[in-house]
Write a protein that binds this ligand. Structure first.
Ligand code: B4P
Length: 192
């Protein structure tokens, strides 16, 4: 089973993807994590990626689709969780073509619905907790960059909700609930 987790920055896509990995043996494909790894590689592409991410903008479709294609070729018996991908219509079309090619298809697209005010609160909290623990703080976890990430979401990613709704694949969960309650809502969509 392949699923997409979609929602604004800080909606909890990564949080829920990790729970699905633990309970269902699925493979998490987080483009955010892949791009953060590329950022630290010191390569030319890594430096370009860092500049874009630190401004809260989206990395080019070409780079992101290339990363996903490589991972899909490795296969996953339990299926894939697409966490933060696709984020543009071009990415959604590319994913559809890749899944058609490998014959596994898409089971569901799950939208985590969260208020904007709650999102910024989560991001600020994550940055404060990292600082207190002496851990690195994500450079895009500031209220200023967060606003740009949110703008990019509404402009480039929110149109995907209509795209998947028209295909009958979109399911919504209340992302304002506790992490365990969100997990339970997703489990009821996916079944046992
Ligand atoms: P991502 O890494 O995808 O980051 P995100 O949208 O901020 O996070 P997510 O929704 O996963 O939130 P999380 O679970 O961490 O993207 C970062 C950047 O990478 C983008 O801005 C872009 O530049 C680039 N990028 C990534 N994918 C791309 C693509 N496909 N195309 C182009 N560019 C791309 O949760 C956030 C916080 O909330 C955590 O602290 C968590 O503990 C807390 N939380 C989670 N669930 C909660 C709940 N139910 N209640 C209370 N708190 C909760």
């Amino acid at each position: 089973m392949n699923i997409i987790l979609i929602g604004p920055p800080g909606a909890g896509k990564g949080t829920q993807a990790q729970k699905l990995v633990a309970t269902r043996g699925m493979v998490q494909l987080s483009t955010g994590d892949m791009l953060r790894a590329a950022k630290t590689s010191g390569t030319e592409i890594g430096n370009r990626v860092a500049e874009v991410m630190d401004k809260g903008e989206l990395v080019t479709d070409e780079i992101v689709i290339g990363l996903i294609e490589e991972k899909l070729e490795q296969g996953s018996a339990g299926g894939f969780i697409f966490d933060g991908f696709p984020r543009t219509l071009a990415q959604a079309d590319a994913l559809g073509a890749l899944l058609d090619r490998n014959g596994t298809g898409l089971h569901a697209v799950i939208e985590l619905v969260v208020d904007d005010a709650a999102l910024v609160g989560r991001i600020v909290k994550r940055a404060d907790e990292a600082r207190a623990a002496g851990q690195p703080v994500r450079r895009d976890d500031t209220p200023e960059v967060f606003n740009d990430r949110l703008r990019a979401y509404y402009k480039q990613t929110a149109p995907l909700l209509g795209y998947y709704h028209a295909k009958g694949q979109l399911r919504q969960v209340d992302g304002m609930a506790s992490m365990d309650a969100v997990e339970a809502q997703i489990a009821s969509i996916l079944g046992s």
